[in-house]
Design a binder for this molecule. Sequence first.
Ligand code: F0G
Length: 351
Amino acid sequence: THQWRGIIEEYRDRLPVSADTPVVTLREGGTPLVPAQVLSERTGCEVHLKVEGANPTGSFKDRGMTMAITRAKEEGAKAVICASTGNTSASAAAYAVRAGMVCAVLVPQGKIALGKMGQALVHGARILQVDGNFDDCLTLARGLSEQYPVALVNSVNPVRIEGQKTAAFEIVDALGDAPDIHVLPVGNAGNITAYWRGYREYATDGISTRNPRMWGFQASGSAPIVRGEPVKDPHTIATAIRIGNPASWQFAEEARDQSGGLIDEVTDRQILAAYRLLASQEGVFVEPASAASVAGLLKAAELDLVDPGQRIVCTVTGNGLKDPDWAVAGAPQPITVPVDATVAAERLGLV
Ligand code: F0G
């Protein structure tokens, strides 16, 4: 019997580990690449969703975290720290448990989804809510990691990017070649950097014949790369990407420019429309930030920027269960009925 072994074992020769490295894994990666029928019809293209919410802690962060915690363990770290809008901290907390390490987490006060806070808590992380935004949290975390014996596991740690590039490998392995376009939400810009690295690596080694154009989408209220300057007070309902000064800004621009791609913005309204479309028409429940990729694709299609017939992959980065408030808000409330089949049938519209 075969079970997916996690990204380090599956792609060992392409990752910075040795035979003696103590691998810390929850068997992350190997996530579904799901054909998206409604999106394909709407765009006239062949659209696939890379469903990263299927990772062990419910987001793509696990790919980078297995690498970061593995290497921290190898280097003898006893504690790790990260700044987070919620997913990195959930992942760090879980992998730290596997490694027997202390995990410290800095999150922007009041601006992370409840499910993510629950994850950090249940995995026993030491959590501080910072009276500031994500960018302030990252500045603090960097400073603490320089002054105290605690390893930084944000994506400014280069091995995080190494782990996350494996998603591009999986897509090429599944499709037989790179897609024409790859679409991603952009927050701190680590993931677009990672995918671009993965695609280039496979092309260089002749495993794929080409590179996709990289399309990144920021939320309009948190779109520093689109604006060309940091956003001091970023806002968006997509709290995961509420970031005003991305750490990998320059790498994201490189991915855009080298691939002939683009980095654009989508409004919260467009994000929520894509979020509902994914759930109600594709059967894929993602968190709002994840829907920014699909919102961006639909925006581009409306602007006639998408030539028909292309093969397109949208990464949906995190699981909808992390932030269910948006699923419940605005939806009709369930009706209460007595234990009575006739009434139930009537209320269900079966008669
Ligand atoms: N989607 C989700 C669900 C995220 O959690 C993030 C980032 C992104 C997209 C953007 O990815 O930062 O690599 O451009 N979340 C980080 C965190 C910031 O702390 O969990 P990026």
